[in-house]
Ligand binder design. Structure first.
Ligand code: NAD
Length: 417
């Protein structure tokens, strides 16, 4: 990555390209391409040895035209204001596309969590959440877990906010443990969304689930659940991989046999399932119907794309396909369901968690899954129709749809005062 790389510039370039395609009025482009507000905080923490250390943190709201800001808070040494603003921008489009009443937000603390004791982590989390309290709230901005943050940290956030306002406020964060207002179905939601989107596209392309050969890169939270769901409906999951490498079996693999592996990073999935050992690159170019990259970004590159044999790709990871590879795949007629459409299951069920928390009324897993499936199907259907109508790829159509909704909301609300 070059020194000048800016994630926010990248997000804005993507926006500009589609805004131009749509013929969006310049004045609205100026409103939508910049983050609305960013709070930068200096967080003092008393360390276990009695000294006081300070940490830099941020919370950005890119746009709230459609509703409160929504997006995770990450703890990492990679956190910068530029990255947080870019991620908030992408959340605006993701929530808009998902059709849920949210704008985009993101936050982060510049910290190496592995250096902190449990007590230091808790004090950092609670003080950070107090510092960003002017921005957050169940009707204003609802954070969630992200890189290196989890249900335990969300519980501290919820408690800190509740203590500060004097009442238990479940709706201030999502991603909480089920015993503390979390939603059934949240753990599997992203993988489920990747699966539902792929099944819908398979129906449109006339691919029978029983004949479908599925390959999944990444066997973590997203990849594991997607693999299990494909397996359950009778598709042949022929290839799986993780950080250590891949496994291939043309007769089909049973991903449930690798469950323990999916929950820990100690051993490779390849050692737990019967099949031939292959490299990750071999996995991505296997002869198959559906490929789901569910590991990390920039996996489908210019050099791999010409050799990809999948008919359709459902992106579980964020940014797994480079722009050059995207063009090659489009020219080859491979259908690519873009990340912010295919992996929106998590944020959609977070929305359900928020709704349940506001009402203090909780749903069964079946109900959560049925509602999620319906929204995923509706979103892909709409984007598919728009892509055909405009003769563009699904990614551009998804952006188009997302930007149009926020632009319309902005126009309807008018510019205050
Ligand atoms: P995870 O950490 O649970 O799993 C990641 C998996 O990828 C692991 O199996 C790991 O071994 C594997 N992996 C790592 N490096 C690899 C490599 N070089 N080659 C092949 N496999 C490799 O993460 P996750 O929660 O499943 O998230 C995966 C991706 O999905 C990330 O890009 C994340 O940002 C995105 N995502 C996750 C969610 C969610 O709800 N978990 C939501 C939206 C997007």
């Amino acid at each position: 990555m070059s020194e000048e790389y800016s994630a926010l510039r990248q997000a804005q370039r993507e926006f500009d390209k589609v805004a131009e395609m749509m013929g969006l009025e310049q004045s609205y482009r100026n409103v939508l391409r910049e983050p609305a507000r960013t709070l930068s905080v200096n967080v003092p923490v008393r360390m276990d040895d009695g000294t006081i250390r300070t940490f830099k943190g941020y919370r950005c709201q890119h746009n709230t035209a459609c509703g409160p800001a929504k997006g995770g808070i990450r703890y990492s040494l990679d956190v910068t204001v530029d990255e947080v603003q870019a991620l908030a921008t992408w959340m605006t489009w993701k929530c808009s596309l998902a059709g849920i009443p949210y704008g985009g937000g993101k936050g982060g603390i510049h910290v190496d969590v592995h250096e902190l004791s449990a007590g230091e982590l808790e004090r950092l989390s609670r003080r950070f959440f107090s510092e960003i309290q002017p921005l957050v709230g169940p009707e204003k901005d609802i954070p969630a877990p992200d890189m290196n943050t989890d249900g335990r940290i969300m519980s501290w956030y919820m408690d800190t906010y509740s203590m500060n306002v004097g009442k238990t406020t479940l709706g201030v964060v999502t991603g909480k443990p089920i015993s503390l207002g979390g939603s059934e179905g949240r753990t599997a939601a992203t993988g489920r969304g990747v699966f539902v989107a792929a099944m819908n596209a398979m129906r449109k392309k006339g691919i029978e689930p029983r004949d479908a050969r599925i390959v999944i890169q990444g066997f973590g939270n997203v990849g594991y659940w997607a693999a299990v769901l494909f397996h359950e409906v009778g598709c042949q999951v022929v290839g799986l991989s993780d950080y250590y490498g891949g496994v291939y079996n043309p007769k089909g693999l049973d991903p449930t046999k690798g469950k323990e592996r999916a929950m820990s990073e100690d051993e490779s999935v390849c050692n737990m399932l019967e099949g031939d050992r292959i490299t990750n690159e071999e996995l991505l170019t296997l002869d198959c119907d559906v490929l789901c990259p569910c590991a990390l970004q920039n996996q489908l590159t210019e050099s791999i794309a010409p050799r990809i044999k999948a008919k359709l790709i459902s992106e579980g990871a964020n940014g797994p396909t480079t722009p050059e590879a995207d063009q090659i795949l489009y020219d080859k007629g491979v259908v690519v369901i873009p990340d912010f459409l295919a992996n929106a299951g998590g944020v959609i069920v977070s929305y359900f968690e928020w709704v349940q928390g506001l009402q203090f009324f909780f749903w069964h897993e079946k109900e959560v899954n049925a509602k999620l499936d319906e929204i995923m199907d509706r979103n892909l259907d709409r984007v598919w129709v728009l892509a055909e109508e405009k003769n563009i790829c699904l990614r551009d159509a998804a952006y188009w749809f997302a930007i149009e909704r926020v632009a319309r909301a902005t126009q309807l609300r008018g510019i205050y005062p």
